[in-house]
Write a protein that binds this ligand. Sequence first.
Ligand SMILES: Nc1ncnc2c1ncn2[C@@H]1O[C@H](COP(=O)(O)OP(=O)(O)OP(=O)(O)O)[C@@H](O)[C@H]1O
Ligand SMILES: [Mg+2]
Length: 506
Amino acid sequence: MENNKKSADKISKELNWRYMLFDSLTFPTLIINPDKIILDINHNLQKKLSANKNLIGKTCHEYFFNSKTPCESATCPLPKLFADKKGQSKLIKIDTDIEDRWEDRVFIPILNENAEVAFIRVSIRDATQVKALEKELQDVRNLMEKIVQSSASSIVAADIRGNALLMNEAAENLFDYSLEEFQQNHSAKDFYPPGVAKEIMKKLRSKDYGGKGKLTSTKIDIVNSKGEIIPGEIAAAIIYEGNQEVATMGIYTDLRDKIAVEKKLEKAQKQLAQSEKLASIGQLAAGVAHEINNPLTGILFNANLLLEDQKEGSTIYNDLEYIIEDVNRCKRIVKDLLVYSRQANPAKNFVQLNMLVDQSLSLIHDQKLFGNIKIEKKMSEEMMLINVDENHLNQVIINLVMNARDAMNGKGILTLHTYRNKAAQKAYLEVSDTGCGIPEKNLHNIFDPFFTTKEPGKGTGLGLSTVYGIMQENGGNISVKETSPKGTTFLIELPLYSSLQREQES
Ligand SMILES: Nc1ncnc2c1ncn2[C@@H]1O[C@H](COP(=O)(O)OP(=O)(O)OP(=O)(O)O)[C@@H](O)[C@H]1O
Ligand SMILES: [Mg+2]
């Protein structure tokens, strides 16, 4: 045993293990004293230097920075090393003509028996590759970030407690929060009406909605910062690390535009169906009206002849008067039918909407017709030029006014309101009443011919269907803007023309 120790000591001295260890370090290494003087360098550093370069006795700043002046204490790692007696490292960029290189200089204190820093070992590690990888990673990260940020879909990621980690620009716009604002005061459950967040998590954890941890596109209501409910769609996923849930992410789509387009389409389809229905009924009505008109004229003529021979007040005289009255009513219906099914092309002119309204009102100015109904006009002072058949449009306005009157039972306010939207190139007329309103179940039928809720003899049910047809012919539209037991507003829309268009077209 004793012998072994002796021979080990001997070998150790002969081979100078410590020095060999220093030389065998893979990183170029130097030893400096606390005054920053280089005392020794290892084999690998010597190899790095040009053959005749001698560093011993020089300062570390001379070697590292080719400078006689010591580095500023803020940038030099040694003050902290002396204070903490712990290793320090410094990443340095070295500009070369060919490529940028990075060195990680690691300073390790070597303490004496009094625990004071006696020497410092400085290893130089080439960090160029690490840095290049780091940059690559950063570039990929930046690219991912850009993809997420520029996505038109709203993307949100949250930790498992619901704290938002990421919200792209589209999500900030949709939910109307900035990420910071949301992080401070909210959690992911605030994106939905109460209870919905839990429901989504349940679906995510189930296998039935796109596989465990996934939720394929599902319709939901989204709640924004103002508490507004937005119809939307969500596709979501749980992010796992191993088996552990660490985060969730959701991609949201705002369905408002899509729904608006669908509604428009539905409305257009309904209008088309209505026009087709009206067209076919119109043809039929025209035929029937023609056929009935002649015999009616005959009946009326003969009834009047017979009347002349009777004594006024006699039973026959009275019966004949009834016949004549009823025949006249039939003739009015036939006339209405012919108007409704008119086939002639409309004679269009450029007119002011306000002027048309006045003209129509003057045609029915008889106050007896309106009793205690007050007529109010709210006419826009702006120019509202429309290209329509005046007579037809008068008929439209009169029909609407008469319907409004009938709905009010002799008392109330009838308002005619005109306005325009220049950007949309539309002129509008609203006819409102404070009458009984239209029950929901009748709303689908009011534009149908012969639909009436009025007592027999009071209405034929052709008014609104005629109005509908005229509006179509004149490139406009009619709809019920609102109705309730407090009253109804009908809205007429017509293409708006400018004086310039008028000159070009006439
Ligand atoms: N302003 C309104 N308020 C309440 N109900 C209305 C109003 N306008 C129309 N209606 C309802 O729509 C039905 C159809 O109207 P439309 O003008 O086509 O026929 P009518 O007025 O009954 O008969 P006609 O106009 O042929 O004399 C009416 O019977 C009524 O029930
Ligand atoms: Mg009517």
